[in-house]
Design a protein around this ligand. Structure first.
Ligand code: PEP
Ligand code: MG
Length: 874
């Protein structure tokens, strides 16, 4: 067999210097695997070339070294490059440190010229093979090195095949190939005004330069931008003895994965093309066969391949994607690299490799990309996608297909009668919640990653695209324009919340499949991570969902969402618009039992686990009647109704703020109207008392929003204690309940020491903290100017998505330091949207947070990301 299991020790070659391909080949040849001999020119040499003149000349010292290595190869092989009697031929192949499949260039069969082709024919006794190799070399060199279009040569080849009545290029005989070669050479001369280079050393020098230069071709540049690969790495160039898959019927070429990259199932998956060279597989001129066909055709080669796969996996501890050639029944490996894979396969492979003892649990946990894992948790579009008609911000992942609907009430009604709808809005508001709940997905023209629609849909695990600037809705006309398309209510639209793409019509959806491996892997992650993972949940249903996904409690209950149920809204309006304490007290008395019920349900769902309840934090405008609605009513009202509408208008206008986000919200509300928070504290205590009476274990933690001053925190704590004392006197029930602050204005971080004197925990509200630190409106920034900051590179990422470490993160570091100095037992978490973002989770670990809290569907992602953060922190 070509492979000897006991062969030499593995290397661990320098990828940065040799590129992935060069390093893999060096590793494999040291291990004694069958690799054609050769040498690699480093990425350093490429960088030097690209920084220099780039005039097609190689540095003389580099060229001299290259020639010396070539001579060593010639000595070893006992043949000279391009020798007319029996030529050594080489491949000249690109390979960057980070895999960029197919983006850069390669030349095969180099060293051939007119005399050498005839010499090769004689030496091998196979004229067809020799001429076919020359034909391939002319075509590839002309394309890659001389810059001529590939298609010209394909046409010449096809014409000849047609004239000869042959099916494919594998079938052309020597005379036909000679005609093709002559036509190729004539074409080069006609186009370039010079002959095809016949000197093998000239060919080699030109090919090395061309491979260097291919680092800068358009597709490589685009690929690097898409994959965030630095532009200054350069490519290595590997020069290797040719092995010939086109040698005869017992030769061929193939690519394979050591396991199935789509499902992760064990066993080789790949393709083989007999009597061919590598580029034939890519070119798609002939259809390759499944790798399993080799088992019958060439059982020894197949067995060798299986052995190679096992050794490669054992060495790299990961699934490999390999290229190989069979030359007259002998196997040669041309490349090995870590295989790209689907999220589903990534989970299965990490799990299985660990179960097989090839990697440990920490390595397995490190193998799955948490961002990719998120795809696995949501439905995705399958099959071929039509072109997108627009894209917006990918606010909440998943695939939604439904009839277009512009109105939340109508959406609810349509869904009740069996339709599936997608809700299109300019932007959403809290009172759209029922429509959002009913819809398959949501598309808005405005808003950013922390806007209402984004937060609510993320919580529900529902697809959502926001800030889709191409969307213009004319609700009255019952239509929307999306770019140049017109879409009417009832027409079908498909939304991809993972990419932000909008498609006309219905696209096929595949449901997520989570195997047992997924649970096991997350269990390993839980044992590794140091930060807790909680969920943001406002309803018992969301709480149960979060718990099922592994949440260790609730880090944020946004109580304002409870005030938006249609039957409550009139009471809420009465409470907000009240002008006397008595009026407000009456409205609150109606709300108290409803709130008690809300909290009771959540405590039940989260029995035994902490539930952080944030008291009411409305930008108040969200709770006021809409001025436009009132004006419309006034236009038709008469008599007492008119008087009532006038009164409502007056009160609403009086409460309307110029800048509600910086206005009468958060704990400020309780400084002016303490009765609202008193009612909420009472409801929490009573709900906990009921749970205790039922034998349950409610663990509320009360959080006061938008705390910027120690005095505010002290006042809020006193408010709570007053209510707790009243409740204890009334019922005898005493609640042990930590009291804390949402830190979401910079002053709260700076005054954290004094705030912590009155607070047992902090939770960073990084949505507001980002807004207030940058002074970027969270509702407007992303649609209006943030994209320009991102495009021009003024910001590396969206700070509403990934924590801004430099500014917001620094405030958190200060807050932690000062807070913990004042109160060493201070518990610190985060409840902004960044809490579910893997890159931010790594920063929260570094900043020393105790837990993160995120929307329920992101809980598994956060568990994995927190484990990886702990592994990186060491
Ligand atoms: C925050 O500001 O980060 C937060 C969690 O609160 P909200 O998004 O409700 O303002
Ligand atoms: Mg906030």
């Amino acid at each position: 067999a070509a492979v000897e299991a006991a062969a030499g020790a593995w290397g661990d070659a320098d990828r940065a210097l040799l590129g992935g391909k060069g390093a893999g080949l060096a590793d494999m040849s040291r291990a004694g695997l069958p690799v054609p001999p050769g040498f690699t020119i480093s990425t350093e040499a490429c960088r030097a070339y690209l920084h220099g003149q780039r005039d097609g000349r190689l540095d003389p010292a580099l060229w001299q070294e290259t020639v010396e290595h070539l001579h060593a190869l010639e000595a070893r092989e006992g043949r000279r490059l391009g020798d007319p009697r029996d030529p050594l031929l080489v491949s000249v192949r690109s390979g960057a440190a980070i895999s960029m499949p197919g983006m850069m260039d390669t030349v095969l069969n180099l060293g051939l010229h007119d005399a050498a082709a005839e010499g090769l024919a004689e030496a091998t006794g196979d004229a067809r093979f020799a001429l076919d190799s020359y034909r391939r070399f002319l075509q590839m060199f002309a394309n890659v090195v001389l810059g001529m279009p590939h298609g010209d040569f394909e046409r010449i080849l096809e014409d000849e095949a047609r004239r000869a009545g042959r099916a494919g290029d594998g079938e052309l005989g020597p005379d036909e190939l000679r005609r093709v070669i002559a036509a190729y050479k004539a074409h080069v001369r006609a186009r370039l005004g010079r002959d095809f280079p016949q000197n093998p050393l000239d060919q080699l020098r030109m090919a090395v330069v061309a491979v260097f230069q291919s680092w800068q071709n358009d597709r490589a540049i685009v690929y690097r931008r898409l994959n965030r690969i630095p532009d200054d790495l350069g490519t290595a160039v590997t020069v290797q003895r040719m092995v010939f898959g086109n040698r005869g019927p017992a030769s061929g070429t193939g690519v394979l994965f050591t396991r199935d990259p789509a499902t992760g199932a064990p066993g080789m998956v790949g393709e083989y093309l007999p009597r061919a060279q590598g580029e034939d597989v890519v070119a798609g001129l002939r259809t390759p066969q499944p790798i399993a066909t080799l088992r019958q055709a060439q059982p020894t080669v197949y067995a060798d391949l299986e052995q190679v796969c096992a050794r490669l996996e054992a060495h790299y501890g990961d699934v490999q994607d390999i290229e190989f050639t069979v030359e007259e029944r002998r196997l040669f490996l041309l490349q090995t690299r870590t295989a790209k894979r689907t999220a589903r396969a990534a989970v299965r492979i990490a799990h299985d490799l660990c179960a097989e003892g090839k990697i440990d649990r920490a390595a397995a946990v490190g193998r799955v990309d948490p961002v990719q894992l998120a795809q696995l948790l949501h439905p995705t579009f399958t099959g071929d996608l039509p072109p997108a008609v627009a894209t917006g911000l990918a606010a909440s992942p998943g695939a939604a297909v439904g009839e277009v609907c512009f109105d939340p009430d109508q959406a609810e009604a349509l869904v009740r009668s069996g339709h599936r709808v997608v809700l299109l809005r300019t932007e959403t508001a809290p009172d759209d919640i029922h429509g959002i709940a009913a819809a398959q997905g949501v598309l808005t023209a405005r808003g950013g990653m922390t806007c209402h629609a984004a937060i609510v849909t993320r919580g529900m695990g529902k697809p959502c695209i926001v800030g889709c600037e191409a969307l213009r809705i004319d609700e009255a006309a019952g239509l929307a324009r999306i770019g140049e398309h017109e879409v009417r209510a009832g027409e079908v639209l498909s939304l991809d919340g993972a990419t932000g793409a909008v498609y006309l019509g219905s696209v096929a959806v595949g449901e997520p499949e989570l195997g047992a491996e997924f649970e096991t892997l997350l269990g390993w992650a839980d044992a590794i991570r140091r930060m807790g993972v909680r969920a943001n949940a406002d309803t018992p249903q969301d709480a149960r969902h979060a718990r099922a996904l592994g949440a260790e409690g609730i880090g944020l209950v946004r109580t304002e969402h409870m005030f938006m149920a249609p039957e409550r809204l009139p009471v809420v309006h009465r409470m907000v618009l009240a002008e006397t304490d008595a009026e407000r007290a009456a409205a609150l008395a109606d709300l108290l039992p409803m709130q008690e019920e809300d909290f009771h349900g959540i405590f039940q769902a989260m029995d035994g686990l902490p539930v952080t309840i944030r008291l009411l934090d409305p930008p108040l405008h969200e709770f006021l009647p809409k001025i436009e609605v009132l004006l419309a009513r006034r236009a038709t009202a008469t008599g007492p109704e008119l008087a009532e509408v006038e009164e409502l208008l007056r009160k609403t206008r009086a409460l309307t703020e110029v800048n509600p986000m910086l206005g009468h919200r958060g704990s400020r509300l309780a400084v002016t109207w303490p009765a609202i928070y008193e009612m909420q504290c009472r409801a929490i205590i009573r709900a906990a008392a009921r749970r205790a009476a039922e034998g349950g274990d409610a663990r509320p933690e009360i959080m006061f929003p938008l705390i910027g001053m120690a005095s505010e925190m002290a006042a809020m704590k006193a408010l709570y204690q007053r209510v707790a004392a009243e409740e204890a006197a009334r019922s005898g029930f005493v609640l042990q309940c930590p009291i804390g602050a949402t830190i979401e204005v910079p002053r709260g971080c700076l005054a954290a020491g004094a705030v912590a004197e009155h607070a047992e925990f902090f939770s960073y509200g990084t949505n507001d903290l980002t807004q207030t630190t940058f002074g970027f409106s969270r509702d407007d920034a992303e649609a209006k100017f943030l994209h320009a900051y991102l495009q021009q590179g003024l910001l590396g990422s969206n700070p509403f998505e990934t924590l801004d470490r430099e500014g917001v993160g620094e405030l958190i570091a200060i807050g932690n330091r000062r807070g913990r100095a004042a109160r060493p037992t201070l518990k610190i978490g985060v409840c902004g949207e960044q809490g579910g973002d893997p890159a931010s989770i790594a920063m929260f670990q570094e900043l020393g947070l105790d837990y993160v809290s995120c929307s329920p569907p992101r809980v598994p992602v956060a568990r994995l990301a927190a484990a990886q953060a702990a592994l990186r922190a060491g």
